[in-house]
Design a protein around this ligand. Structure first.
Ligand code: MLT
Ligand code: ZN
Length: 476
């Protein structure tokens, strides 16, 4: 309660940035108060829409002085509730959507500098206009923002060849909790001047600082590609097929995605126009793509030959190559529509896990067997970036069970699955982050020394705990 003539936090913020940078309109607040999976709902004090890094700096300085909590939010496409405010009505949602300039593209240095509010697809387009390639690619690329991609260390479908956001970032501009600006937008590939601070902020989900711009790596644009939809007997053969294709293609595999029969069934049932690429049924499929920057490289022949050999060796049972760009897009739409089809089918539980690739088939067998005997209310939809050892080991609620039955078992099921992941040397968070949904998991599975160091870093960089409190770590 504010006394006498003292200003409220909202008045302070409005005075600082101007009324056109502070939004309290209920429909706008509703959109930021809820996450895209509709698992978390909060109540923001307002949305702050700064116009520049200097604005972000002034905003954080004020929030730090007044202890106003700040929740950075990009395109609000995350899965772990990292960008959702709590229910207190005191937190400012910080949107960087006005910081959406492509500051520079440097084709000779294969790099570009972009602001955090840029939509990922716009970053890809700006690179393509300069005849370069920015490889981060994921289902939400038309609406997610690069600041969110950096803050969650996003992965997607090209990690196998190009790496995650950590590998794609050369430098950062970050506003610290007290408003100081760490300006390190270097484009250097080699720079051993002390600690690598940029990696602290990538994947920190806005808990250590607010990323306002980034210097990103670019690559030669792909000029040739070959894409195949392949039927395989089991995940074990998927792993062997990947090795075979990497060798046979001269390591030109850029994507290698696992799709189970049930996912194909969901997509073809829910998405108008989606059709099966192969007639015969198979329990599993792989969508794989070879790419090369060399115009006219005969990748189709190479893939065809490699797949023929794979079939002789029993690694695959059938395959079809995309004959046109339209075929290729259709194959990819089947893959990209799996999460959407899962949502259309009903409630689901997500487990974004990674396993060393040689142990991945055993994990799938063990975890599937447990689910079959113990979880009658759900069915498994296990798909993902098998080339990176990353599976989306998701469960959908079965039709006919009383709604909420599967959700009621969320914690129990995920603990068992994550225990199996740990047992196989894997991680319970591969590419979606921690947010609020996996906070307890981090606490449970992280090495105590690691957890302690993380807390020390958090306290050092954000002593007043204003940056995205309650996400990633609980800090007393
Ligand atoms: C995907 O790869 O489609 C997403 O990361 C996974 C998901 O939506 O569960
Ligand atoms: Zn994914």
């Amino acid at each position: 309660m504010m006394q006498g003539g003292a200003q409220t936090p909202l008045q302070h913020l409005t005075t600082l940035l101007g009324a056109d940078c502070i939004v309290t309109e209920p429909t706008a607040l509703e959109a930021v108060n809820i996450d895209q999976l509709r698992t978390y709902r909060g109540r923001a004090l307002c949305i702050a829409l700064p116009r520049s890094t200097a604005d972000v700096s002034r905003l954080l300085k004020l929030c730090n002085a007044l202890r106003i909590p700040v929740v950075p939010q990009g395109g609000n496409t995350g899965y772990c509730g990292a960008a959702t405010p709590d229910a207190s009505g005191t937190q400012v949602v910080l949107s960087l959507r006005r910081l959406n300039a492509i500051r520079s593209v440097d084709p000779a240095n294969y790099s570009m500098v972009v602001e955090a509010g840029c939509i990922l697809a716009d970053v890809q387009r700006a690179a393509a206009t300069a005849e370069r390639f920015f490889p981060l690619s994921l289902g939400a690329e038309g609406s997610c923002q690069i600041g969110g991609n950096l803050s969650t260390n996003a992965g997607g479908v090209n990690v196998l060849r190009y790496g995650m956001m950590r590998e794609l970032t050369l430098g950062l501009e970050v506003v610290l909790a007290d408003g100081r600006v760490l300006s390190s937008l270097t484009a250097l590939r080699k720079d051993n001047t002390g600690y690598d601070l940029r990696q602290l902020f990538i994947g920190a989900e806005g808990t250590l600082g607010v990323i306002t711009a980034a210097s990103l790596k670019l690559f030669p644009a792909p000029r040739a590609s070959a894409t195949a939809f392949v039927a395989i007997p089991d995940p074990e053969r998927a792993v062997q097929l990947l090795s075979h294709l990497r060798e046979a293609s001269g390591d030109q595999v850029s994507s290698f995605e696992l799709i189970p029969a049930v996912a194909l069934e969901l997509v073809t049932r829910h998405i108008p126009g989606a059709r099966r690429p192969l007639d015969a049924d198979s329990p599993w499929y792989v969508l794989c793509e070879l790419t090369s920057p060399r115009v006219g490289e005969p990748l189709e022949h190479r893939l065809e030959d490699a797949l023929a050999e794979a079939m002789e060796r029993g690694l695959a049972t059938d395959a079809v190559l995309a004959q046109s760009e339209r075929d290729r897009r259709e194959f990819w739409q089947l893959r990209e529509n799996i999460p959407h089809s899962q949502r259309l089918e009903g409630m689901s539980l997500k487990h974004d896990v990674s396993i060393p690739i040689d142990r991945l088939p055993r994990f799938v067998a063990r975890a599937s067997a447990w689910l079959e005997t113990h979880v009658a209310e759900g069915f498994l939809v296990c798909y993902g970036h098998v080339g990176d050892g990353n599976l989306h080991f998701n469960l959908n609620e079965r039709r006919g069970v009383p709604p909420g039955t599967l959700a009621a078992r969320r914690e129990e099921i995920r603990r068992i699955i994550h225990n199996l992941v740990q047992d196989e040397g894997g991680s319970f968070s591969a590419e979606h982050g921690i947010g609020q949904s996996k906070l307890a998991e981090l606490q449970h599975y992280a090495d105590p020394v690691e957890l302690n160091l993380m807390r020390t870093l958090k306290r050092t960089l954000d002593p007043n705990g204003i940056l995205n409190p309650g996400k990633v770590l609980n800090v007393a």
